[in-house]
Design a protein around this ligand. Sequence first.
Ligand code: BG6
Length: 509
Amino acid sequence: MKKTDNQMLVIFGASGDLTARKLIPGLFNLHLAGHLPKNFVVLGASRSDMSDEDFRDRVVYKSPYLKDKIKDAPESKVKAFADVLYYEDLGKDYDTDYAPLRKRVEALKDKHDTSGNIIYYLSTPPTLYETVAKNLADAEMNTQNHGWKRLIVEKPFGYSLETAQNLNKGLHRFFEEHQIYRIDHYLGKETVQNLLVTRFSNSIFEPLWNRNYIHHVEITNAESVGVEKRGGYYDKSGALRDMFQNHLLQLVSLVVMEPPIGDDAEEIRNEKVKALKSLRVMKDEQTLYDNTIRAQYVASEINGNKVKGYREEDGVDPDSTTETYAAIKFYVDNWRWHGTPFYVRTAKRMPTKVTEIVIHFKEPHHQIFQESGMHRDNKLVIRIQPDEGILIKFGVKVPGQGFKVERANMDFYYSSLAETYVMEAYERLLLDAMQGDATLYARADEVEAAWEFVDPILNYWKSGKDVRMYGYAAGVWGPENADDLIDGNGIWRNPGENLADDPGYCVIC
Ligand code: BG6
């Protein structure tokens, strides 16, 4: 096990939802598993007027996200965890003098002997990332003379290529790149990491992992929920910014990348950047028209319950043209993938919550079993969630005379590794940052390369000629023309059951 130095975690935006929902539960799990260092302190900082006790109540004792865990844990363990959580009120604004914060940090450092190692976690609105970094620097809280300093930055990282570049430049004024950890919680998912292992520690997949054997690659990220209480945020973001630019392009980079020379963070990230840079950027309107589909969910009834359409959601503009469904077809311009189409889609209000990568292999070059009825491809399905696992679909002979071929499944589920505890994404990523391992964090050039691909699509959707916003009834697999994106007579693999009672399609504008 890697060593975790004594340290302090300062969370900016500590009164927000993410702290209670993900960060503290992640830390609590690390505490129970004995992964936290001996001397460790969390200092929450934000604009709410709270005492240490209020903060502990909010994120531990009265937290709905820890309720079940706490019930099962010994009281002394819970108390030991809560006792190292502190809170500092920053006043009205994050843009303020951090001298009082520094004083508090110094006092806690001395009290708990945390040796001056500090992670600053930015869980504030993104417009404040640079402000917080600057104020930390002004208060000389970014210096590394007595202990290292690291900065974890939440998504969204930028709103476009230009804003992401500016943010990188802004942060680099106060922190060096090796101190910055851009979090993408998909990289904390076990099956996402397993993609690297599947590809690079088996000799059976990698030889086939190229244009000669793979017909196309399909990635689906579906959520059954709508925008819930985040309409205000989501309406300014949309599916492409919210999921595709970050989480899904991270998955794409792991599928596309060349084998790194080792498992060092920089080696892996170098290959991921190369992969993202090799995505063919779509420039002209016709290409963008032909290869992208956006849509919004409209009101429907799911299992007898009325479900609002996107434009009726709280915080959403009734004339909104923000997409809740995005499907993109693209190519990768390198030796390995020349001519192999990639189809990637993400959406809210789909029939089920599922994320999976499907590698469709080419049909055998010569069909011996003419009457087999099976001219379909072999598939490798990598299920990221919910039932994390891997499935291979291949042809087997049906018993009896002749050579009738049937499709068989060979599957592996993570849940079958009974004794193995699978860490939550945030838990894993926090521990990595605490240990200085940036492998599963996005580097500046990686984020910018992803924006480079996404920017022209966003611009086209904003003001392109003939651009359409399709509608799909909440609870179905997207708009009627979704399959048009797939070459030939291909269709999306729609995993799970369609729960919608009343599917329907339309063009909204
Ligand atoms: C977040 C998006 O980054 O990821 C949300 O902002 C989305 O809109 C969420 O619901 C999905 O994460 P997961 O882990 O549930 O697939």
